[in-house]
Design a protein around this ligand. Sequence first.
Ligand code: AMP
Length: 277
Amino acid sequence: MAARRELSRPFGFVPTMGALHAGHASLLAAARADCPSVVASIFVNPRQFGPSEDFQTYPRDEAADLAFLERAGVDVAFVPPVEEIYPPGSSTYVDVGRLGEVLEGAQRRGHFRGVATVVSILFALVAPDRAYFGQKDGQQVVVVRRLVDDLGFPIEIVVGPTVREPDGLALSSRNRYLAPPQRTAASIVHACLVAVHHAYRGGERSGDGLRRLMLSVLGREPLVTPDYVSVADAATLEELEVVDRPALVSLAVHTGSTRLIDCLPLHDPVLAGLRGA
Ligand code: AMP
């Protein structure tokens, strides 16, 4: 990415898959506020989608996304074709081990291997000083921090708070797939995190107690089926018996054919952007 040589430093980088919304805008604004120059990428990464996932149908609107990035004051929009990221013969993957196999990784085999690979390639090509990621994808943040440490990228990782709809649903490009009754039901995911936040503030420290609480809140909404609930160490993602260190509370649910994820870093609830908590 030759254009980066013209940029004043430090420069910030916001990687995205496009279909841009206010969650992306908040990361772009944070980068803009911190850095004299900002690069954003749009790349729907084939390697992080499973064979039965929505790679082909993932929402794409390049013209609208480029206009969005311009309005956000981005200096360079990097929109590489697949062959620029994975040239013919490309066969190297970055694998973060167990961190990529639990939670989302258990349901989406190979997903984090694809994420870690594309993030590493983008970091090598763009070589930013800071890179911005959303707390919304909490496990992704853990994986990216790990690979930056393990591979020695001289890049500061900045995490932005989750941006939510008025009823608490985290903004996501996939929310557009929700039919109206599912869209209404989906707010239970946020309600579940708010319940955990209150219980934790009230002194609950049992991992099992908090996981049971999440399942009981989700049980109030028949249109939502839990996939997993987790209260894990925020760095290793090991499930906790007792919440005596920084923890990541996370969950995934299905409603219809849509899968929704959300999370709450218990040590920093501001990053979860909870509403009315
Ligand atoms: P994506 O385009 O879905 O790959 O997301 C690009 C970046 O935006 C990732 O770092 C996401 O975590 C972040 N992001 C997505 N949704 C939100 C949201 N609702 N609030 C904050 N950041 C978000």
